[in-house]
Design a protein around this ligand. Structure first.
Ligand SMILES: [Fe+2]
Ligand SMILES: [Fe+2]
Length: 170
């Protein structure tokens, strides 16, 4: 799929709005995958999901972009909040979708993509659209890479990661 300059620009504008949004900055405080944080993780997922969607000519790019940026918008540290620890894996997609709806008024299709991103952990919320499958696979790819990386290595590279997410199309 070849995007026109206008199409690219409109996706980049959405991406930049989220990247600099005050509420989204809260995700920097949420640790993730040994030394990373939710903010870096989510924008990495967004970049990969959009890259794959364009390469495979699949899905509604705007939905994929917004859902991937907000898929982990649950805003708590499950390691600290004991009551959330046990069910974090299965519950955080619904919490993220709810928070995203409250703060960004996302539509139902985007909420459904967010809720399905932990499939097969949440076995009944199957990613039944192209968009949902792209987001859930991009999330798994990035999560796997982050989990495989040592804390020390990540700490050294955090500045680079921040640099790499500054633009959707780099
Ligand atoms: Fe997640
Ligand atoms: Fe994630």
């Amino acid at each position: 799929m070849k995007l026109t300059l206008e199409e690219k620009q409109s996706l980049e504008d959405i991406y930049q709005d989220f990247l600099h949004n005050e509420k989204i900055q809260q995700m920097k405080e949420v640790p993730m995958h040994r030394g990373s944080n939710c903010y870096v993780h989510s924008f990495k997922v967004a970049k990969l999901a959009i890259k794959r969607a364009i390469r495979h000519k699949k899905g509604n790019l705007k939905q994929i972009l917004i859902a991937s940026i907000l898929h982990d918008y649950y805003l708590y540290d499950w390691r600290v909040e004991k009551d959330k620890r046990k069910k974090h894996l299965s519950r955080h997609p619904s919490i993220a979708a709810e928070n995203a709806y409250k703060d960004f008024f996302i539509d139902e299709r985007i909420q459904r993509i967010i809720k399905a991103h932990m499939w097969p952990v949440n076995f009944r919320t199957f990613p039944n659209t192209k968009e949902a499958r792209i987001v859930t696979l991009a999330d798994k790819t990035i999560a796997f890479k982050e989990a495989m990386c040592s804390k020390k290595y990540k700490a050294k590279r955090m500045a680079l990661y921040y640099q790499s997410i500054q633009q959707l199309f780099l």
